[in-house]
Ligand binder design. Structure first.
Ligand SMILES: [Zn+2]
Ligand SMILES: [Zn+2]
Length: 142
């Protein structure tokens, strides 16, 4: 194991009752403009970081799991309601954590916009990043 294997990130929910740390940096960081992510986060656009499920440790756990959209499980802190994770059947073995929970978010710039076709019409982000209308599963898997 070299030094880069030991680098990870840390984070917590709004109230701090749920914390996590990772082994390694995210395999991808992306914006998501889908309507589900808007509702989950309450923000006009979501951003999340992708990790292999085995690389993320939650303390004491990853909250309460909620399934609304078929094939998608999301979890939330039962105390404050912060979204903690998303898991997608079509991206097995991966876990998606809202970027805003991560203490080191300032060092983890997104590299693409997923579901760009659902972007709110008044939202302008002129960052030159790749925009895909799909979930970008090929880019966001493990
Ligand atoms: Zn909380
Ligand atoms: Zn989304």
């Amino acid at each position: 194991m070299d030094v880069s294997d030991q680098v990870g990130v840390t984070g917590r929910c709004y109230c701090g009752a749920r914390r996590f740390s990772t082994e390694g940096l995210p395999s991808a960081v992306a914006y998501c403009h889908c309507a589900d992510c808007r509702r989950v986060t309450g923000a006009p656009v979501a951003a999340f970081a992708a990790f292999p499920e085995s690389a993320v440790r939650f303390a004491p756990d990853d909250g309460r799991s909620v399934g609304v959209t078929p094939g998608v499980r999301r979890s939330f802190c039962p105390d404050c309601g912060s979204p903690l994770t998303g898991r997608y059947d079509y991206l097995p073995g991966m876990i998606y954590v809202p970027l805003g929970l991560i203490d080191q978010a300032g060092w983890l710039p997104p590299t693409l916009h997923a579901h760009a076709g659902q972007c709110l019409p008044w939202l302008r982000i002129d960052d030159g990043l790749e925009r895909v209308d799909s979930s970008a599963r090929g880019r966001l898997g493990g």
